[in-house]
Write a protein that binds this ligand. Structure first.
Ligand code: BES
Ligand code: MN
Ligand code: ZN
Length: 510
């Protein structure tokens, strides 16, 4: 068999540069003039000029003048740079933190990312961030996370590497005791960057086998055991939906199963995280239009998210059992591909008429959710780039949340605490009507109306009475535009929400 048919096909010769680097953090209570760094960043709340009056003298009145001329007023992510005199550091960067009453973890994370990106573009390797007392531990955790996220570079397939630059050391100047917060933020940022790298990978590099083997490496941390199912094991288990999607590809499917079982953790609850792992979605025989199809390399974002979350949960040693499951496959229109009208049976026994092979995510998640329950999950969350319809409904900033009573609220509260936007969508019984098939138990593609909801209703058929929540990240997994706080591409959205859910283990869980 020719070599190119046996694995990820890539003859890329260039030394792969690391896509990200995790900065080291230290904390101090130093006075600005004594700090030795390439750059000192100071977040300033909007209109609170008095907060930074003390730097006015070092900038020979320039700072006050900047306020007077309205060049800088502390508006969120606004930046103003100066060269202070008499300091050991030659660069000062004021960063707008927006109105103080709006200040939260998300703002703090973005400020951290702004500072990181600005420092990288100014080629500053060692930086310091001076924080006022308004910055408490959760804000500082988010800042450290944001600064770590800023140390991610998309260009690692460029054969010339000039211009690549990472921040290596960040001194956080604060009166608070923040060692734990910084460590958590750094760990989360690193896990999210790992997810982003997988999500950004082209489909020829990241086949299902390559995806799970890199996933296995990421969860190879104390307390985690991992086992990957191949196509033969899937057949034994009767996973006809996952195998049905995989039929169109010459790449075999895989299912990554990772279990975090910390010593001494209670037997229940067991949090089951299931992530969609379609390494490329052509649509299959119901093929997608060419325009924009390249984006579909990110259709495994949900899978990368649950892998990264499990890694962060285990490294944080949270006292809760967690199972992460990632059904991984390509969705291709090969000669043996599933055809519209075909019927497949799930491992749980449900039969599905497949009227549209592009509605493949719900199929592989059906078998994934079933297996999570089979392995003892008592509380389920799935994460998936599932529907274009959720983008129509909520746009590109807000993740669609669907959930059973009591559990959906827990996930929503965790998202709010971690500064990620989710919005609850309904799962009224009326919507089930659309899933009826003439010839099988379910129809996989019920049409345009309420498309995000009917997709969720389909998943619900596989969870029985187990508390379950579904996060549709089709709109939020990918940033179409660079902003002051982020580059284009994979966002790593929902990793921190999942970790936050795990941190809330047992508290008011249904
Ligand atoms: N992976 C897509 C959903 C998607 C669309 C993600 C746009 C990101 C951006 C999914 O597999 C899909 O193709 N869904 C179809 C479902 C339809 C056929 C019922 C869709 O949304 O069009
Ligand atoms: Mn699809
Ligand atoms: Zn898809």
């Amino acid at each position: 068999m020719p070599r190119w048919s046996a694995g990820p096909f890539s003859l890329i010769k260039a030394e792969m540069q690391p896509a990200y680097e995790t900065p080291q953090f230290t904390t101090s209570r130093s006075d600005a003039p004594a700090i030795e760094a390439g750059l000192i960043a100071v977040p300033v709340f909007q209109g609170q000029r008095e907060q930074v009056d003390w730097v006015n003298q070092a900038t020979n009145g320039e700072m006050g003048a900047a306020f007077d001329r309205a060049e800088f007023n502390g508006k969120a992510y606004e930046m103003w740079a100066a060269h202070p005199s008499g300091w050991r550091t030659s660069r000062l960067l004021l960063v707008g933190a927006g109105p103080e009453r709006e200040f939260d973890a998300e703002r703090a994370r973005r400020i951290g990312a702004c500072v990181g990106l600005a420092s990288r573009s100014q080629k500053q390797q060692r930086i310091a961030v001076l924080l006022s007392d308004a910055w408490s531990e959760p804000h500082i955790e988010a800042l450290a996370e944001g600064a770590t996220l800023a140390n991610y570079d998309n260009g690692h397939y460029k054969s010339k590497h000039d211009g690549r630059f990472f921040v290596s050391a960040i001194e956080i100047v604060t009166g608070h005791d923040i060692a734990t917060a910084v460590e958590r933020g750094q760990r989360l940022g690193e896990a999210i960057n790992a997810a982003r790298l997988l999500i950004n990978e082209p489909g020829n590099r990241l086949t299902p086998r390559e995806f799970v083997s890199r996933g296995e490496a990421l969860v190879s941390v104390p307390g985690v055991t991992v086992e990957t199912l191949d196509e033969h094991r899937m057949e034994e288990l009767g996973m006809g939906l996952l195998l049905g999607v995989a039929r169109g590809s010459t790449e075999p499917p895989r299912m990554l199963v990772a279990r975090y079982e910390p010593v001494g953790a209670p037997a229940t609850p067991v949090l089951g995280l299931v992530g969609k792992g379609v390494t490329f979605d052509t649509g299959g025989i119901s093929i997608k239009p060419a325009d924009g199809m390249e984006r579909m390399k990110d259709d495994m974002a949900g899978g990368a998210t649950v892998i990264a979350a499990l890694r962060a949960i285990a490294l944080e040693r949270l006292p809760i059992r967690v199972i992460a499951i990632v059904p991984a496959t390509e969705n291709m229109p090969g000669g043996r591909a599933t055809k519209p009208g075909d019927v497949h049976q799930s491992a749980s026994g449900i039969t599905v008429e497949i009227n549209n092979t592009d509605a493949e995510g719900r199929l592989i998640l059906g078998d994934g959710l079933w297996y999570a329950k089979e392995l003892g999950a008592t509380h389920l969350i799935d994460v998936a780039t599932l529907t274009g319809a959720v983008v129509v409904a909520l746009g590109k900033t807000t993740t669609g949340l669907f959930g059973t009573e009591g559990w959906g609220e827990i996930v929503e509260a965790a998202a709010r605490r971690s500064g990620e936007k989710v919005w609850p969508m309904p799962l009224f019984d009326d919507y089930r009507e659309a899933l009826k098939s003439e010839i099988a138990d379910l129809l996989n593609s019920p049409g345009r109306a309420a498309g995000a909801i009917t997709a969720a209703m389909f998943l619900k058929e596989f969870v029985g009475t187990t508390p379950w929540a579904h996060l549709d990240i089709a709109g939020t997994a990918w940033a179409e535009d660079a902003r002051a706080w982020t580059v284009k591409g994979a966002t790593g959205v929902m990793v921190r929400t999942l970790v936050e859910v795990a941190r809330s283990a047992g508290k008011n869980w249904p």
